[in-house]
Design a protein around this ligand. Structure first.
Ligand SMILES: *Cc1c(COP(=O)(O)O)cnc(C)c1O
Length: 401
């Protein structure tokens, strides 16, 4: 195959997505024509302000929030930090310094909680079980008099499992505890109605739904006290200082409007392709799907293959034009196995041989079949000279999967 017609299948949509044409066009228009500062009073500034507020309305309507409940941030990480820090600050004032979360959250949540622990907070991390789903009964039992926040992600970024958000929201509401959800993987991909779900705070990031990188938003229900991480001017209702990234906000709104309008068709197609991929990969001997098969994001596939090293798998797949991941982009490059896979009970050796393929809306059946064929071949090839595999085959060590 010549370089010019080299296959390229982008199957890492959980790490980031390709920007949509609608998002790019919206950004270009702003960058070329709406260059004013939204805080300026002359019309060039007010035009930019109008773009900003129209985007806020469009974004709010997708999750059934009010525009005044949307705070633009630099992305999902900032939104997570701000939500958790805000709840912690309120908690500290009320003498409530206990927070509940789960063991498989994104590091933007886990590292913020670690920091709060060093500042005197107590954190309970719930088990997510083998299927990658939090149990609502266990969460309910963990809530104490001094609990100030429950933060549970909507859908996991590595294994795609979708959490019982509505039930968790109901429990938190009944107990009067603030509920935040990191919905970065869910917004634009699954229907979200913050009122129906009883969510108090929700984090989102544009680059996970075909918008630009470096922009996101925090939904904070009216009445929830938000403290700012960045001090300065009075932008974003005084909750997030700094001149707004108008172009990125416009790009985010355009991307979200488009993905939200096609959500049902997209989800149906991606689910079909995901299931085809799972059915093909599960045939590889000594492999296992990570996370519940049905309660997962439409595009997420995550497997463990015994006797191989995830990193070598990724490099060989790259040679064959497949962009894949062994887990989250934030942990690749480190040799530690994924904290998500460890949280669902995979042992170190097995967790090392993981592969995440997250397909997008435009994936085809031919591309899925190409991935099945090539992953199968590469796993077989890597096992052919793996000492770990040899020991497993000779019976010197026991298979786990
Ligand atoms: C990508 C991601 C984040 C971080 O979002 P950024 O915009 O990259 O900061 C947080 N949480 C989850 C679940 C994610 O997938």
């Amino acid at each position: 195959m010549s370089e010019a017609i080299r296959t390229e299948i982008y199957a890492d949509n959980a790490a980031t997505t390709k920007m949509s044409d609608a998002a790019i066009e919206a950004m270009l228009t702003v960058m070329k024509e709406q260059y004013g500062n939204p805080s300026s009073l002359y019309s060039v500034g007010q035009n930019a302000k109008e773009i900003l507020e129209k985007a806020r309305e469009e974004i709010a309507s997708v999750i059934n929030a009010s525009p005044s409940e949307i705070i633009f941030t630099s992305g999902g990480s900032e939104a997570d930090n701000q939500a958790i820090r805000s709840a912690a600050e309120t908690g500290r004032k009320n003498g409530k310094m206990h927070i509940i979360s789960t063991a498989f959250e994104h590091h933007a949540v886990l590292h913020t909680l670690k920091r709060l622990e060093s500042e005197g907070f107590e954190v309970t991390l719930l088990d997510v079980h083998e299927d990658g789903i939090v149990r609502v009964e266990e969460l309910e039992k963990a809530i104490r008099e001094d609990t100030c926040l429950v933060t549970v992600m909507f859908a996991n970024n590595e294994i795609g499992t979708i959490q019982p958000i509505r039930e968790i929201g109901a429990v938190c509401r009944a107990k009067g505890v603030l509920f935040h959800t990191d919905a970065v993987q869910a917004v634009g991909h699954v229907p979200i109605d913050v009122k129906e779900l009883n969510v108090d705070m929700l984090s989102s990031s544009a680059h996970k739904f075909h918008g630009p990188k470096g922009i996101g938003f925090l939904y904070a229900k009216k009445g929830v006290r938000i403290t700012n991480l960045i001090e300065g001017g009075a932008q974003e209702g005084g909750k997030r200082a700094g001149t707004e990234n108008v172009a990125a906000v416009a790009g985010m709104a355009a991307a979200l409007k488009e993905t939200a309008s096609r959500m049902t068709e997209n989800a149906a197609h991606m689910t079909e392709m995901r299931d085809r991929l799972i059915d093909g990969l599960i045939k590889i001997p000594h492999s296992a799907l990570n996370g519940d098969r049905a309660r997962r994001l439409p595009g997420n596939t995550n497997f463990c293959f015994e006797g191989i090293e995830g990193e070598s798998l990724l490099l060989l797949l790259d040679d064959r034009g497949i962009c894949a991941s062994s887990g989250s982009a934030c942990t690749s490059g480190s040799l530690d196995p994924s904290h998500v896979l460890l949280a669902i009970g995979r042992v170190h050796d097995v967790a090392h041989g993981s592969l995440r393929l997250t397909v997008g809306e435009d994936i085809t059946a031919e591309q899925v079949d190409y991935m099945i064929r090539n992953v199968t071949e590469v796993v077989e090839y890597l096992r052919s000279f793996s000492p770990v595999w040899r020991d497993l085959m000779s019976g010197k060590t026991q298979f786990i999967l």
